[in-house]
Design a protein around this ligand. Sequence first.
Ligand code: ZN
Length: 680
Amino acid sequence: MRENPLLNIDGLPEFSKIIPAHVEPAIDQIIAENQQIMQSLLAENTSYDWENLIEPLDLAQDRLQKAWSPVRHMNSVVNTPELREVYNACLAKLSAYYTDIGQNTELYRAYQSIRDSETFPQLDQAQQKSIDDALRGFRLSGVSLPEDKKLRFKEIQQELSALQSSFEENVLDATNAWTKHFDSVEALSGLPESALDMAMQAAEQRELDGWVITLEFPSYYSVITYADDRELRQSVYEAYVTRASDIGPGDGQWDNSENMIRILALRQESAELLGFVNYAEESIETKMAESPESVMQFLSDLSDKSRTFARMELEQLSSFASEGLGISSMEPWDIAYASEKLRQEKYQLSGEELKPYFPVDKVTQGLFDLCTRLFGIKITEVSGIDTWHPDVRFYEISDQAGNLRGRFYFDLYARQHKRGGAWMDECINRLRRAEGIQTPVAYLTCNSTPPVGDKPALFTHDEVITLFHEFGHGLQHMLTQVEYPDVSGISGIEWDAVELPSQFMENWCWEKEALDLFARHYETGEAMPDDLYKRLESTRHFQAAMQMLRQIEFALFDIRIHADPQSVGEQGIQGVLDQVREEVAVLIPPDWNRFQHGFSHIFAGGYAAGYYSYKWAEVLSADAFARFEEEGLFNPMVGTEFLQTVLEMGGSQKAMDVYKAFRGREPTIDALLRHNGLAA
Ligand code: ZN
């Protein structure tokens, strides 16, 4: 076999050369070598310090991260059965590897000895935090447990990583399995031309005539929002909200029910092994929030502030649906449709009217120009880079002094075999090496509407917001100045503060001065007319309270199922969700809605007992943006301070300290309420 491209990655991964057969041998080899390195380091030295232990371990760890990252990424965006198989095989090995490190008593003692040594105070703040975080990590891996419990903890982690992966696979497979084919366009009446073009393209890709709709988000969204045929909306809704469940058109083929029960039981068991009462407490241990109770209190306060507004919004929607659309009893598949019609009537604004002003090239260039004005960085495209798909583009970021700061891949469009949603992931982390600084690289992934035919991709305003959001995560990963991987970029940041830069970036999509940088008609090049902007701005609070309650419903559900295993046992997962809905929701979905079966954030991703982070961090992001509102949107001093604190310091200090360094005080909730139209 030719050389394995996953070993010794120096520079960018060579995606086109990576095949499934490379994965296991590379991961096996690096794991074995890393274990060897760790043993020798522990054996060779009698007293430990940063240079003789942590630095070489960080380098070894970095080699594994660089090999695994492209595999994890390709498994998400160009999934195949072969890749999936080797990915899952490695997940088990990696889980065991990481638990072994976390439970290594000798290594734990070595770290503790550095913590207790006289040299500790001479380390810089980031190094100190890195060591403290590591010590906490050992405790949360069960380092102090007796051997039999250590072993059980390790088994749990392995089973959990397999279950979480299986959860995600079920969602992807159920999403890919459902399509609907149409011979005549009349059946799709109401869909805007861009959506019809997309459906025609989806048919072509399947070598069919006519039109095909799918459950990939842009397609689902277009039907549920625009299709006049109520039965069609109903069937698409039913397919979408029963994905990966026991019912619906998938016929239970990708049912996540058992996975979910097992995942919760294992999380509870591992929390108890560590001495926590429940998994929510374990999760909160590493977050800004003090306890699950304080999270629930925060969410119910927000819910109280939103409910009156939300009821009024729903009232308005219902009467519009009945009087304006003749829908006397609104069903769940009417909500998006009626809302869009109401929005059009109330603000004279349709989403379609905006799209021509958001062609992909202008939007991305505008995003980059905005970052130049705010943070003094320059972003340029680089061609000829090896990637995993022809749609992918690649860029580099340099700072005012001309230094290369980071690089990133853009993979923006929805397609088959690509996981839904949008996210930023780390490809390469910032790290000091003997040769110099290794600069960070990010993957920025969205599922936006793809280009159709010769037209450029035209984004919805929501898709623009999503792109800005993910880019905010990317900025924090790439602009970090911290050189120790455990606390650089987004690493080491309390999870409930991680949505600060991302949600901060969303705000710019509502500002005329920022939109003027990029909202240009794709055919005429004209800037967005004032009148159109005013109509867009006036929709900012449209159904904001209902959306707020929806997020609170998800967050409360998440924290409850992780904080109250007894209720889950008695009422089932569905029962807990029903109860949460009764308490906070103004719109109760039908009892066959299986939203939770596709809730990857908490069952497969990093948001378990942490979904509230979006709202928690929105307090920070809204309050941070308020400083720009107060001192000038493009005030370069404020931009520089945001860069030098939130974006560059990463996890090297506590999130609240970093925040205070920017804002000069603790955050208040006022700006969040104001931005959501909920201020008293
Ligand atoms: Zn985010």
